[in-house]
Design a protein around this ligand. Sequence first.
Ligand code: SAM
Length: 229
Amino acid sequence: MSVLDVGCGTGAITVCIARAVGGEGLVVGLDRDAGMIDLAREQHSGETNLRFEVGDALDLVSKESFDVVAAARTLQWVSNPGLAVSGMANLTKSGGRVVVLDYNHGQNRWEPEAPAEFLAFYSAFLKWRADNGWDNEMGDHLPAMFEEAGLLEVESQEADQVAECGSAGFAEKVELWPRVIENIGIKLIEAEYIDEDLLHSARIRFEDFAAHTLKTQVLAMKSVVGRKA
Ligand SMILES: C[S@@+](CC[C@H](N)C(=O)[O-])C[C@H]1O[C@@H](n2cnc3c(N)ncnc32)[C@H](O)[C@@H]1O
């Protein structure tokens, strides 16, 4: 089986796909960020059925076609996701599948409610995303894009990532937000969506909340699959 993973990042998921398909298969990870591809190549050089390439989801061209073309958490960062889905469908063999996993950022939730400073940061994050043309309900909008691309038997499933306090992986899952604040916060300050004081207090208050109060975090996601005619 051959698989193309669009927006593979450092290849953490791609390498699992390569191991699942086995030595007879071929897996290609693609990302527009050359630095990510360098890291992916470095970290997964031992896999003989796996290669990584630099490329853009909005300009998918290949001499090869694949049994499965997948994208996990990539289209949330693409301003024309319908074009990407159509490109993914074009690279899929007849009878093969397009599979996309993505967020509905507008539906993420914390129980009990997250601190006001973090929610103010989060609301600025959603506005900044929307102003940049990135869909905050990407998961829910995928099925229509699959239909538009001519894919058949389109099915959508809830794939929420739920972190329950006390369960395995809780700390890693809630660590996402301090990382987002650190990596993306500077862009929100530069674009004047927030100031440094809010960024700082959002981080401190969220870390304290995650360590002492947070019971459940739900990151709303959908996984959508469609068949190429
Ligand atoms: C959140 S990471 C997801 C990585 C991996 N798929 C996962 O789920 O762990 C999103 C990735 O999409 C890549 N990306 C964003 N826009 C892209 C585009 N237009 N074409 C290709 N890759 C893109 C980013 O460089 C980043 O590595």
